[in-house]
Design a protein around this ligand. Structure first.
Ligand SMILES: Cc1ncc(C[n+]2csc(CCOP(=O)(O)OP(=O)(O)O)c2C)c(N)n1
Ligand SMILES: CC(=O)[C@@H](O)[C@H](O)COP(=O)(O)O
Ligand SMILES: [Mg+2]
Length: 627
């Protein structure tokens, strides 16, 4: 069956039993392919029937299907002509793990970050109406993504405008970890409440039987329906917000799904279809542990054993260990995550100190300002957040944290290139977006041992907001000191004295600089290597000494070169009147780096020891004169 599907039109020729068979073939395909490439298996297994039903009832690409987060769009990709490219999923130059407009006309909206789908849908519905077009706009959003502020802002507007938009709420009771929040509790009530739907249907049937209901009678019936909501589910939030609520519908029952979607497609105004699905459906290991199979690497199909690469402990695990140790001694430490307890390593902290741990849902804005509020009261909040997701909390960082100069620690994980998630998730902008903020201090460790000292330094610091950024994946495998050390703020570390050229490396670029220096040493050149440690404040004393001593500077960072650490060095020299010093910046160029391995991404942007050595050679005095 699967091989006959080249476009959504092919689905429409199938009957329910053929579609059911197809669903099983899709599952088998995903389980097999992802065991090699890795990817977001559990979210996709959960939406197989839903995606089939959507493509069956609606007419993509005329009708617009908008996937929130986009990590669950694999089945959509399979049905829209990309099945053959699945062996390249999330690989360099291969199929993207998220919707991508350049890949297909069926991908009408690009994502990766959560909770954007409803705003995008609203925008498309407005454009449709202004242009006098007739298609449907359908957003598919998970219960996790619905905890994001943007989604709630959009619903507020949608209910007010009353335009035709369909929202499919894919409720599997899970974010990456178990979903949290009052909205989650409300959905729980709806999930278990079949009485409301039944009673509502009965009233509507009754209504149909009464000829020409009008005037007082109609009002009475409306009041009866209103009253019913309060009695049965103490208020259905979505109906109060101006949506027609359809559901709950079993998301693995194709006829029921199709019926609900058909009904939605004929409903005027905003409509929300509440679909109940099982994350990981159809693959026992993923059903049992949907967290492990949310975003997974290679695994053995039969046993579900996830194959872990051997290597030193990750930066995340060292962060987790350190914050726990520090929290043991300092009861002011409070840890916050925005729906990433496992990804940030805070899950252990949550078990150990439940009263000092807060998972706020996918709500980075709230988390940032909440941390600021906690800090005003003399406690020590640590917001552990991926670099890419802190982008969501930017105004809160500017307006609430930095402006009030509050002691909030930002533990910025996944800083730098992140690999297979690609351009939506690259953690390459935080240096630039934080550096311009008054009162901010920004550090990055050269290895995991220095990470523990930096976290300690951050929590001992009382001068305002402070960020320690660290990369995804394994550390350098260095031994960990038993005692934490306080690092002097704004002081770099000369790792290797040298002449003529100084390589100023920030964080995880230090080992690359060292390797480049080793290569050059073999050729008779010995550049200085500096572990910058701070992007703000800079070690001006060292910078001015280098300028006075006639060094040429090479800066190295795994961050956007525009506005980043190297820019800071340039600005520092310009402001101090050192106009004749040569500063060469190496970092991420001015474009979004696509998916692949970090190694491939670094090679693409030139952040390798070979490229650094090449740069230093070109700057070495004797060679420069020859050139
Ligand atoms: C702004 C933002 N914060 C955090 C994330 C990380 N993240 C990706 S998927 C996800 C959970 C989404 O849950 P849900 O929408 O219910 O989808 P499911 O995986 O359950 O299908 C989270 C927290 C993100 N993509 N974007
Ligand atoms: C979809 C999403 O945003 C997350 O699932 C992300 O893929 C997690 O990345 P890590 O694997 O780095 O935790
Ligand atoms: Mg979910």
């Amino acid at each position: 069956m699967l091989s006959t599907i080249n476009s959504p039109q092919d689905l429409k020729k199938l009957n329910i039993s053929q579609l059911t068979e197809l669903a099983e073939e899709i599952r088998a395909f995903l389980i097999e392919n992802l065991s090699v490439t890795g990817g977001h298996l559990a979210p996709n297994l959960g939406v197989v029937e839903l995606t089939l039903a959507l493509h069956y009832i609606f007419d993509s690409p005329k009708d617009k299907l908008i996937w929130d987060v986009g990590h669950q769009a694999y089945v959509h990709k399979m049905l829209t002509g990309r099945m053959e490219r699945f062996d390249t999923l999330r690989q360099y130059k291969g199929l993207c793990g998220y919707p991508k407009r350049s890949e297909s006309e069926h991908d009408v909206w690009e994502t990766g970050h959560s909770s954007t789908s409803l705003s995008a849908a609203m925008g498309m519905a407005i454009a449709r109406d202004l242009k006098g077009e007739k298609h449907k706009v359908i957003a598919i959003i998970g219960d996790g993504a619905l905890t994001g502020g943007m989604a709630l802002e959009a619903m507020n507007h949608m209910g007010h405008e009353g335009r035709d938009v369909t929202v499919i709420l894919n409720d599997n009771e899970m974010s990456i970890a178990p979903n949290v929040g009052a909205m989650h509790n409300h959905l729980g009530k709806l999930r278990t409440n079949h009485n409301y739907r039944r009673a509502k249907e009965e009233i509507e049937q009754l209504l149909k039987k009464i000829p020409a209901v009008g005037g007082k009678m109609a009002k009475l019936v409306e009041r009866l329906k209103d009253g019913l909501k309060y009695v049965v589910v103490s208020g259905i939030l979505f109906e109060e917000l101006g949506f027609t609520y359809l559901g709950p519908v079993d998301g693995h029952n194709l006829p029921a799904l199709m019926e609900a979607l058909r009904q939605a497609s004929h409903t005027k105004g905003p409509v929300l279809v509440h679909v109940i699905t099982k994350k990981g459906k159809g693959y026992a290991p993923a059903e049992l542990d949907s967290y492990a199979f949310h975003g997974v690497g290679m695994y053995k199909i039969e046993s579900g054993e996830v194959l872990k690469s051997e290597g030193p402990p990750s930066y995340t695990s060292i962060f987790a260990r350190t914050i726990e140790k520090l929290a043991e001694k300092d009861s002011r430490i409070v840890a916050i995550t925005a729906a990433m307890p496992n990804g940030t390593g805070l899950d252990h902290f949550a078990q150990k100190y439940p009263e000092r741990f807060f998972d706020v849902g996918i709500a980075e804005q709230h988390a940032t300002t909440m941390a600021a509020g906690i800090a005003t009261q003399g406690l020590k909040p640590v917001f552990a957040v991926y670099s890419t997701f802190l982008q969501r909390g930017y105004d809160q960082l500017v307006h609430d944290v930095c402006r009030q100069n509050l002691n909030v620690t930002f533990a910025i994980d996944r800083a730098g290139l992140v690999g297979a998630d690609g351009e939506t998730h690259q953690g390459v902008f935080d240096i630039a977006y934080m550096r311009s903020l008054p009162n901010m201090t920004i550090m990055m460790p050269k290895d995991e041992n220095e990470l523990q000292h930096m976290l300690y330094t951050a929590l001992m610091y009382d001068g305002g907001p402070i960020a320690v950024r660290y990369p995804r994946g394994s550390g350098e495998g260095v031994p960990l000191d038993g005692e934490f050390k306080l690092l002097p703020i704004g002081k770099a570390e000369i790792l290797r004295p040298g002449v003529h050229v100084a390589i100023l490396a920030f964080g995880n670029m230090v080992p690359i600089a060292q390797k480049a220096a080793d290569m050059l040493m073999a050729e008779g050149m010995n550049p200085m290597v500096v572990n910058a440690r701070f992007a703000k404040p800079l070690d001006e004393e060292l910078l001015f000494m280098l300028a006075r001593d006639g060094y040429t500077i090479v800066t190295l960072e795994e961050g956007a070169v525009h506005g980043g650490f190297g820019s800071a060095v340039l600005e520092c020299y310009a402001q101090a009147g050192y106009h004749h010093i040569t500063v060469e910046l190496m970092g991420i160029p001015d474009y979004y780096v696509e998916h692949g391995s970090v190694k491939e991404q670094r090679a693409e942007v030139g952040l390798t020891s070979e490229k650094v050595a090449h740069k230093v050679r070109s700057l070495w005095p004797a060679r420069r004169q020859r050139a």
